[in-house]
Design a protein around this ligand. Structure first.
Ligand code: NCD
Ligand code: ZN
Length: 334
């Protein structure tokens, strides 16, 4: 008989659904594999007003009524406490800090956390979560995440009650850093940072489809991230950072960072946990610790994966997904 795994339907604690035509593709794939997900606000224009948040949530729900979007807003320099209050009233559970210029659509981001002090104080008072893209834009690319630790520590010290998420950890030094901080600090981990190293980006021919921010790093970093994911420590949970860009743009000579992993992340994670004998930690990592950190219930529905081959298409609606054209060893049970 085929081997099966049944878990509570996963929660994707960090994903980019985009807008317009792409939204249909992304929410469809998200809804297949995830009960809910933290929807990132780096759209154009950004999600930073109650009207935009409400319209975006409506768009998502109209396409995927069974997917629960956990809505975020994008912090901007000088954002007032009242503006934060309005975002909370419109349903946001988190605010996202993008250092200015660090990644896709972040030119309007934050240069220093001092420029959003009032907003952070309000988030603290309103019990909103602060989610951070932890990279210092002008540092050497492989040290950008590590260089951000100082800024992160300053915010944590200034707002001891604020819940903070260190997003898409990529550097082994970040695993130790997040582990050393209090229980109100957590870190998300992506499928691609658990599976790839820089060799998959520039080791042979340069592959823009494995290029993301923060860039995947070395074997020791991947090992530390795996240890964190397998640890059973509730500080570490899954966030895919699935971030599609059209194939033409990715192959253009100025590829934006971002990997589309929604269609394959869950079976890839099943394979990784199974191969390492850590299936006992799989459900908590994928489905339980993330919502718990946000104070949300886990899904009530379950999914079953069967150990049988499935193939990821080479292109999905103009997007080259992670593991394009490859065979995965787990599939969703019909
Ligand atoms: C993301 C995107 O394209 O929106 N890109 C990425 O490389 N991860 C933004 C982000 O999370 O950095
Ligand atoms: Zn992201």
């Amino acid at each position: 008989m085929e081997k099966e795994i049944t878990i509570l339907k996963p929660s994707d604690m960090h994903l980019h659904l985009r807008q317009g035509d792409m939204l249909k593709t992304t929410v469809g794939d998200a809804e297949t594999w995830f009960a809910q997900g933290v929807v990132m606000p780096n759209t154009l224009p950004p999600i930073n007003t109650p009207d935009r948040l409400a319209a975006y949530r409506d768009d998502i729900l109209s396409l995927a009524p069974d997917f629960k979007p956990i809505m975020s807003f994008k912090l901007y320099p000088g954002m007032s406490a009242d503006a934060v209050k309005a975002m909370k009233a419109s349903g946001a559970l988190l605010g996202k800090l993008y250092p200015a210029g660090v990644t896709t659509n972040s030119e309007d981001g934050v240069k220093s956390w001092h420029d959003i002090k009032d907003a952070l104080r309000a988030m603290c008072d309103l019990d909103l979560v602060l989610s951070i893209h932890c990279e210092t834009p002008d540092a050497f690319v492989l040290d950008r995440e590590y260089e951000y630790h100082r800024e992160f520590a300053e915010i944590a010290k200034a707002f001891p009650d604020l819940r903070m998420v260190f997003e898409h950890m990529s550097d082994r030094r970040s695993v130790d850093f997040v582990a050393s901080l209090s229980g109100r600090v957590a870190g998300t981990i992506t499928a691609h940072h658990l599976l790839l190293t820089l060799d998959d980006v520039i080791g042979a021919n340069m592959n823009p489809h494995t290029f993301c921010k923060p860039v995947v790093k070395g074997p020791e970093d991947r090992k530390a991230l795996r240890q964190a994911a397998f640890s059973g420590d509730k500080k570490f949970f899954f966030g895919s950072d699935s971030a599609p860009h059209l194939k033409a743009k990715k192959e253009s000579g100025s590829a934006g960072g971002g990997i589309y992993s929604s269609p394959c992340a869950v079976p890839l994670m099943a394979e990784l946990f199974e191969k390492n004998g850590r299936l006992d930690k799989f459900e908590n990592f994928m489905s339980v610790y993330g919502p718990a950190f946000y104070g949300l219930p886990a899904a009530t529905s379950r999914i079953t994966l069967v150990q049988k081959n499935s193939t990821i298409p080479p292109v999905i609606d103009g997007i080259v997904p992670l593991c394009a054209g490859k065979t995965l060893s787990w599939a969703l049970k019909a």
